[in-house]
Design a protein around this ligand. Structure first.
Ligand code: ATP
Ligand code: MG
Length: 461
């Protein structure tokens, strides 16, 4: 199955089970100042999870484009992208764990055809302090599913991720974690706002036995380890508690909220631990490799970053964002400029966006026609920003090359007068063998702080 087929299969699977497809929310919820971007499928549905009646009923399904700018530093690994699609199904006061978990199992192992023997799950380990019991019900359902498939169903209590890295999961199918498997607004059990729902969640992971555990991420491996051996492909959230002034009470109307990364499920479907090998990313990577004359094995990090950033930028433009110096526009600008910069480091030193952007927009011709329909605008916006940034880049690099040693003051000057971000200066300096003074970071930070103080003072007058 390719990625488009996985998306279609997911929507069809839940439609057959009485779920109404709901339109995706835009990447920017323009009226909502509390967040810059839509980062999950549930975000647009929150009022209904909090109790409002959804016009389409109690069973919903969709695929939601998401942007998580907060994941930008993870981009380059095998499985985090700033832009991704989240497949979601919801039960609003309808079915619960006994229907959800077997359906998730059926979708992954039956419909997508994943190997049951490589599926591992996590469940909520309980919080005695708040009187919330362990999610034994989810664990029992998983145990029955594993057992029926002829698999062992050993359990392990890992509590925190830190402890998990010390003791490892030892290959147990069902791992209990504490706070990690709790969902509520405020994102900690204690911080759940009074009057809000919250509850345990249960994640599904796909094991890549050929990916060795990397001790850089902890002594021992476990499903939530970040080494890449386990890939989190989906998460069912069970909203079953209500936060009260003195604790938690059972919620009369319980909801299910499932979110699964399309890119990751599509990677599992082709047995790849790397999301950049799927049908929605590989053509972008291949085009970039072709234009730069490099190969994926030699330039994996750079090709991944550029491919991710361009895809995110194309969706942002289609959803109405334009490069700017603040908020959403700043994130778009950052994605484009970072793509141009990283592309420069893999040999794409000339304008290339106009060549590549159509490859990106074409990929979504059928699934998100608005992205392909905006292709002309997207090319113009991205190529325009590229040209502006290249002028800055050329000027800044000339200035940078005039230094033999760079101090924090110099870095500030480059930032302030040439518009050169400090990471760019330091990366380019290292590549040119230009030395950095040992205390450049502190000096640079101090100059930045002075500048902020000056501009705040100016605003007050
Ligand atoms: P991770 O721990 O891997 O960063 P997460 O806990 O942040 O994931 P959730 O918030 O539970 O993920 O999102 C639901 C699903 O969306 C995940 O199971 C995963 O499949 C997918 N997902 C989350 N973040 C990303 C990302 N940056 N890129 C691709 N897919 C993602
Ligand atoms: Mg998670």
């Amino acid at each position: 199955m390719d990625a488009d087929e996985v998306r279609e299969a997911f929507l069809g699977f839940w439609r057959q089970r009485g779920h109404a497809p709901v339109a995706r929310a835009p990447l920017v919820l323009w009226g909502d100042p509390s967040t810059l971007f839509t980062g999950s499928g549930m975000q647009g549905l929150l009022p209904y999870l909090l109790g409002a009646e959804h016009p389409a009923g109690h069973r919903l399904v969709n695929s939601q484009p998401c942007l998580r700018a907060q994941d930008i530093d993870d981009v380059g690994d095998s499985r985090h992208t700033t832009f991704f699609e989240m497949l979601g199904n919801w039960s609003l006061g309808d079915y619960f764990k006994a229907e959800q978990l077997p359906a998730v199992w059926e979708f992954f192992t039956g419909t997508v055809g994943l190997d049951p023997a490589r599926i591992y799950v996590s469940c909520f380990g309980g919080d005695p302090g708040h009187g919330i019991p362990r999610d034994d019900e989810s664990a029992r359902i998983w145990r029955e599913l594993f057992t029926a498939a002829g698999l062992d169903a050993a359990e392990v209590d890992l509590s925190t991720e830190q402890r998990a890295a010390e003791i490892g999961s030892g290959g147990a199918r069902i791992a209990f974690y504490g706070e990690k498997n709790w969902w509520s607004r405020g994102d900690s059990i204690d911080a759940t706002p009074v009057g809000d729902p919250g509850g345990p969640d249960s994640e599904v992971f796909y094991l890549y036995p050929d990916v060795p555990h990397d001790p850089a991420f902890g002594a021992r491996c476990h499903p939530n380890c970040d080494c890449g051996r386990y890939l989190e492909i989906g998460n069912s959230v069970f909203l079953e508690y209500l936060r009260t002034p003195d604790g938690f009470a059972p919620l009369p109307r319980r909801n299910v909220d499932f979110g699964g990364g399309l890119e990751r499920i599509a990677a599992a479907a082709i047995d790849s631990p790397d999301v950049y090998r799927i049908s929605l990313l590989r053509p972008i990577v291949d085009r970039l490799a072709e234009l730069s004359g490099t190969g994926y094995e030699q330039r994996r990090y750079g090709l991944r970053v550029v491919a991710d950033h361009l895809r995110g930028a194309a969706f942002l433009v289609a959803d109405g964002v334009r490069p700017a110096n603040k908020e959403q526009g700043y994130v778009l600008r950052r994605l484009i400029r970072r793509a141009v910069r990283v592309a420069h480091s893999i040999g794409l030193t000339e304008d290339f966006l106009a060549e590549v952007v159509p490859t990106v927009t074409e990929l979504y011709r059928d699934s998100y026609p608005e992205v392909a329909a905006n292709a002309g605008t997207t090319v113009a916006v991205l190529a325009g920003e590229e040209q502006r940034f290249r002028r800055t880049l050329a000027r800044g690099l000339r200035q940078l090359e005039s230094y033999r040693l760079l101090t924090g003051d110099d870095l500030f000057t480059l930032y302030d007068s040439a518009g050169f971000p400090v990471e760019l200066s330091t990366e380019e300096a290292r590549a040119r063998g230009i030395e950095l003074s040992p205390d450049w970071r502190a000096e640079f930070d101090a100059r930045m702080a002075e500048q902020r103080a000056r501009s705040q003072a100016a605003r007050r007058h």
